[in-house]
Ligand binder design. Sequence first.
Ligand code: HEC
Length: 136
Amino acid sequence: MHRILYLVPLFMFSCGGETDTETDLQAEIDEKYAAGKAVYDKSCISCHQSDGLGMEGVFPPLAGSDYLLYDKSRAAYQVFHGLKGEITVNGETYDGIMPPQELSAEEVRDVLNYVLNSWGNDGGEITLEEVQKEQL
Ligand code: HEC
């Protein structure tokens, strides 16, 4: 009985720290994928925002995006060549225009690995070879 009473405050502590843990985790990702974050901050952030949530109805989210996580190679193609026309992301329809991004294959690899692993995404990684196939 005494034991249980001791555990209660511990449990409350670990729940209260949730946001800190998320912030710490993103700080780790920012460090691990520093090159990709630099590309993101230069080329993507104005539309997809620093939290990866985009702007409702205008710029689709990259955080938790089923569309992004479905196909890494398609994402690489689209960063090189742009994207327009109707797409559905997490059940929401977007019909906007993403301009082609003037980036090297290395930069596209780096930025995709950053977004695939940021904001709680668990999307794995894309290789330089896979990215180069989409550049042509
Ligand atoms: C000028 C604004 C703009 C910039 C800059 C931009 N995007 Fe986009 N992005 C869009 C729009 C708009 C769409 C949706 C296009 C459509 O509706 O067909 C989109 C769609 C996407 C998608 C697919 C949909 C999704 O949410 O998963 C990915 C992935 C993506 N962008 C990644 C990037 C990355 C990575 C960069 C930086 C290298 C970038 N974008 C830069 C506007 C932008």
